[in-house]
Design a protein around this ligand. Structure first.
Ligand code: FEO
Length: 400
């Protein structure tokens, strides 16, 4: 066990890296892998905070045994029951039958439902504390970030918040686990993608719970995925607060869905319009080629977006429909959106985009563009003007 995995005197990271799984939750691409972080406190009592996905429990248990000198685990705190963190509970209970599992009133149903566990459970409520020797643990119940049973655990003497998925990131650990010893630029986009894909739907609740932490003195943020934030914990706290309140950067995303390239031509004109308005960060994506995970992430990141779609069976082109539904599901807000719909014979794309505008609290930039058959010069000009107008709105600053 590397010394660098020590968070403080008797607190250790005992997480694992998953570089094998292709899709997180069997949905979201993991080209850079992901870590499942678990933490061990070796005090008069031995305490584990969260576990790891079942596939990695052998490696995980080895790390634990090395640090505990075969002492049993007295307490297992389960901040979150999703199986990437609860997957090793059964094996831990088999090895340490006296171990108490700490959760809240919502945790118990998951323990029984997933693993048939009904005994050895210690239920805590908000602000309850547990003395484990020299150190004291304080429980903060933070439901719906992003499951009903989610909570956080604060180690009072060391000012460490074990935050569950909140403050998490995609991307496995490459060397050091600590924010001051790694290339943070690598995590920038992976934090945004993790947040917008996994937690984003619960943004208002996340913001509320993050704000509730302001009374705590926090020296270390120890999340369940990605780096441990010990040098600048406020960075990740502020970033999460910013993302969960829908703040955005100057820049825009153009996403198009096309079968034969006509909609691409119009989308490119819209992108040119954005540039003409002085927007330097312009991302242009073919929805058939880029997974929606990245599209959601960039739409969350930037102040503006232009969606351009051909019609397909009277609807949006399927990858565009999937994107729009994902944005609706997450309640995307505040961004400037421009719409372009195209068709040959049926129509339908623009109508669905208009429904999207009705369903979300976004700023729709008019006029929308609709084109039949190959793009006309007139409509190419309209698309350019739409891009320019979206760009000007972004430059104007406010997104609400
Ligand atoms: Fe990392 Fe919600 O599980």
């Amino acid at each position: 066990m590397s010394y660098s995995n020590k968070l403080s005197g008797n607190v250790y990271w005992v997480g694992v890296n998953d570089r094998e799984t292709e899709l997180f939750e069997n949905l979201w691409p993991l080209p850079n892998g992901i870590s499942y972080n678990s933490y061990l406190l070796v005090d008069e009592k031995v305490v584990l905070v969260d576990t790891v996905k079942i596939d990695y429990q052998e490696d995980y248990l080895e790390k634990i045994m090395e640090l505990t000198n075969d002492r049993p685990i007295d307490y297992l705190i389960i901040n979150h029951m999703e199986p990437d963190h609860s997957g090793s509970i059964k094996e831990l209970l088999r090895l340490f039958p006296e171990m108490k599992i700490i959760g809240n009133s919502k945790t118990t149903g998951f323990l029984k439902g997933f693993y048939g566990i009904e005994d050895n459970i210690m239920e805590v409520t908000n602000n309850d504390t547990l003395d484990v020797g020299e150190k004291t643990l304080e429980f903060h119940i933070t439901p719906m970030v992003h499951w009903p049973e989610t909570m956080m655990t604060y180690l009072q003497e060391d000012n460490i918040i074990f935050s569950g998925d909140v403050f998490g990131s995609f991307g496995a650990i490459k060397g050091s686990i600590f924010d001051d010893e790694i290339d943070l630029e690598f995590y920038e986009d992976e934090i945004m993608r993790y947040f917008s894909n996994i937690v984003g739907k619960y943004s208002p609740i996340a913001a509320k719970h993050i704000k509730s932490l302001s009374d705590l003195e926090i020296d270390i943020v120890a999340t369940t995925h990605g780096p441990v934030w010990r040098n600048n914990p406020q960075y990740i706290i502020d970033k999460y607060l910013s993302m969960s309140t829908f703040n955005a950067e100057e820049g825009a995303v153009v996403v198009y869905g096309t079968m034969y390239g006509n909609t691409k031509k119009i989308a490119e004109e819209a992108a040119a319009g954005l540039s003409a308005a002085g927007i330097k960060e312009v991302k242009l994506y073919d929805a058939s080629k880029t997974d929606k995970s990245y599209l959601i992430s960039d739409i969350w990141k930037y102040k503006g977006a232009i969606l351009a779609s051909c019609s397909y069976n009277n609807e949006l082109f399927p990858p565009m429909l999937s994107l729009v539904e994902a944005l609706e599901n997450r309640g995307i807000q505040k961004r400037y959106f421009g719409f372009i719909g195209t068709y040959s014979w049926s129509g339908g794309a623009l109508k669905r985009l208009e429904q999207f505008a009705d369903n979300c609290n976004i700023n729709l930039v008019e006029p929308k563009v609709e084109n039949q058959y190959a793009p006309t010069n007139k409509n190419l000009k309209k698309a350019f003007n739409l891009g320019k107008k979206v760009g000007e709105k972004i430059k104007g600053g406010k997104t609400n």
